[in-house]
Write a protein that binds this ligand. Structure first.
Ligand code: ZN
Length: 308
């Protein structure tokens, strides 16, 4: 059985790209490490945020589509992302979120602070020891309280046992109280909430589209893909996402899963200093750059907290 080292990234849908950047970079202090387009729909952005270099485990990505309908809450989806901050940092975050006009409340489920992004996507900050130091960057949040990465995700499904059992086998996760976790990875908890009567969730702004788990490299991803296919999963071919390669499949409860490689990473086509500063396009759409730049909404620097 293959085993993941934890979460690689979480991808969600949004509406306005500037508002998305103002929130994730300006308020939460994640660095926009890549500005590219949705490879399956090159007329829309794909924005990547993370630590100073977009280390696996720190990455949140968004497809901002101005004017798209709102998500519908329900079952068969990843419902929230929990982000880890250093022990003792929550007080400062409470103040920062209040200053930014973000309504936050204690989150008894995870012992942290719960809030939503501008599109209604649910987030929580939770204090954690023992997470690796993120790669620092010159962002708006002081390093001593900076977000360390993804602590975990919460799924809502109609039958928790089916989802938990499937993911334990397919991803090599260990069963833990309220869900699953990757072995040896403090920031890789998958919580599973059962909601038998929930309607099926519908994708839209504020919905988490999928969660990706880590694999070191392509050869191990290929072996994993073969294993999933042999076990009957409807697993996609290997897709080249330029900064990693991906395979996708769906667990029986409806949650979309991905396995993504740690390599080659976001410095593949930009120096670390320049990450996210210009629009990067995959080679096969570079010829359409002029038209793509015309249809994409302008995207400026993140507004600082207090300036909005
Ligand atoms: Zn992904």
């Amino acid at each position: 059985m293959q085993r993941t080292a934890g979460i690689h990234h979480v991808t969600a849908m949004a509406s306005d790209p500037q508002r998305n950047r103002d929130f994730y970079e300006g308020v939460l202090g994640l660095r926009m490490v890549k500005r590219t387009v949705n490879f399956d729909d090159p007329g829309t952005y794909h924005l990547y945020y993370g630590d100073g270099v977009g280390s696996p485990g720190t990455i949140l990505t968004f497809f901002p589509m101005p004017g798209i309908r709102e998500a519908v809450r329900g079952a068969g989806i990843t419902e929230s992302v929990e982000l880890a901050v250093p022990v003792g940092a929550l007080g400062a975050w409470e103040g920062r979120l209040a200053e930014a006009g973000v309504a936050a409340a204690p989150d008894p489920g995870h012992g942290g602070l719960a809030f939503a992004d501008p599109d209604g996507m649910r987030l929580a900050l939770t204090e954690r020891d023992g997470l690796p130091e993120p790669v620092a960057w010159d962002g708006p949040v002081p390093a001593d309280i900076a977000i360390r990465g993804v602590d975990g995700v919460t799924l809502r499904v109609r039958d928790a046992a089916v989802t938990t059992g499937y993911m334990a086998t397919a991803l090599g996760l260990e069963e833990a109280p309220h869900g699953l976790r990757a072995l040896g990875a403090p920031g890789a908890t998958v919580r599973v909430v059962e909601d038998r009567d929930a309607p099926r969730a519908r994708m839209g702004a504020g919905a988490i589209h999928h969660i990706a788990f880590r694999v070191p490299d392509g050869p191990r991803q290929a072996a994993w893909r073969a294993e999933l296919a042999a076990a009957g999963a409807n697993v996609s071919p290997v897709m080249d996402r330029d900064y990693f390669t991906s395979i996708y499949f769906t667990e029986p409860g409806g949650v979309i899963l991905e396995i993504a490689t740690d390599t080659p990473g976001f410095t593949r086509d930009e120096d670390q200093d320049a990450l996210g500063q210009s629009l990067r396009l995959p080679a096969w759409v570079e010829q359409h750059r002029g038209r793509i730049e015309e249809v994409l909404a302008p995207l400026g620097p993140a507004a600082p907290v207090g300036a909005r």
